[in-house]
Design a protein around this ligand. Structure first.
Ligand SMILES: Nc1ncnc2c1ncn2[C@@H]1O[C@H](COP(=O)(O)OP(=O)(O)OP(=O)(O)O)[C@@H](O)[C@H]1O
Ligand SMILES: [Mg+2]
Length: 258
């Protein structure tokens, strides 16, 4: 089992990359995949053409009303954990779990606890777990991406994107986030900027996995509300496939099929 997460500044293309990575795995015939959308404003199911009814945030709220009816000795955590299994949406190609929104002002704690538990225990029955992390640095400081093997930081061509990538890298080092690998991907790159981007990423720290060009095929599919899983081969899909090859993602021991 290998857990991969996608992080970076808001709007740089994290969800698009997570979706195209899943597309590549599905295309390669991988079956045992869990996608986790850990962004409170969840878009991954939509980009994958899946409609998800319940989130972990929703079942947290459900717990508030049911708490008093739980049988004696049945803990809140046990109830939550069993409900998490029920809300995982299953498709023929992959499963998906959506963490959802905070349950109250300022407090996202219990959803985070569930996410940590999911990463620690539940993911073991999958070959591949892909987490679309929330934008920014919070997932590092809250340790919600603690058990992740491969952390891919995405940046666009903006200096702000690189600044956030640098901060994620530094904070991960400072807090001992212990990712097995930390990588960088540059997205929405124009051909004339490729050389400058290559120079800029060299000083940053994480291993550079490659660039994804700006590609109208992405915009067209998202405009039409179509699943990125159905994308025909285009420059963006080719770039993501090259990135996946570089990740040597498939050199992992397999779990028995479900
Ligand atoms: N390589 C690309 N070519 C063309 N358009 C792209 C590309 N990558 C992303 N986009 C566009 O940029 C927008 C933002 O991408 P995406 O939603 O994946 O970013 P994000 O980092 O997940 O954002 P958020 O922080 O809000 O979750 C998408 O609507 C998509 O249309
Ligand atoms: Mg996103």
């Amino acid at each position: 089992m290998r857990i991969l997460a996608v992080s970076g500044k808001g709007g740089v293309g994290k969800t698009m990359l997570a979706a195209l990575m899943i597309r590549k795995m599905v295309k390669d015939g991988e079956k045992n995949i869990l996608a986790i959308d850990a962004d409170p404003d969840f878009n991954l199911p939509g980009m994958l053409g899946v409609s998800v009814k319940n989130t972990v945030g929703d079942i947290k709220e459900e717990l508030l009303t049911k708490q008093s009816q739980l049988p004696p000795g049945y803990s809140k955590d046990t109830w939550l954990e069993s409900r998490v299994f029920e809300i995982i949406a299953e498709t023929p190609d992959f499963d998906i779990l959506v963490m959802g929104r905070p349950e109250g002002p300022g407090c996202y704690c219990s959803v985070n606890n569930v996410l940590r538990w999911v990463i620690d225990s539940m993911t073991k029955s999958y070959d591949h777990v892909i987490i679309d992390a929330e934008a920014g640095l919070e997932h590092i400081s809250r340790k919600t991406t603690l058990g992740v093997d491969d952390m891919i930081i995405v940046t666009d061509m903006s200096q702000h994107g690189f600044d956030t990538a640098k901060r994620i890298n530094e904070l991960a080092g400072k807090l001992g986030a212990r990712f097995k690998h930390l990588y960088l991907v540059a997205n929405r790159v124009n051909a004339e900027h490729e050389k400058a981007i290559t120079e800029r990423v060299e000083s940053l720290g994480p291993e550079f996995l490659g660039m994804i060009p700006y590609d109208i095929c992405i915009e067209e599919y998202l405009f039409a509300g179509r699943s990125l899983l159905d994308l025909e081969e285009c420059n963006a899909t080719k770039a993501v496939e090259a990135i996946m090859d570089k990740l040597s993602y498939y050199d992992v021991p397999r779990q028995p099929q479900k």
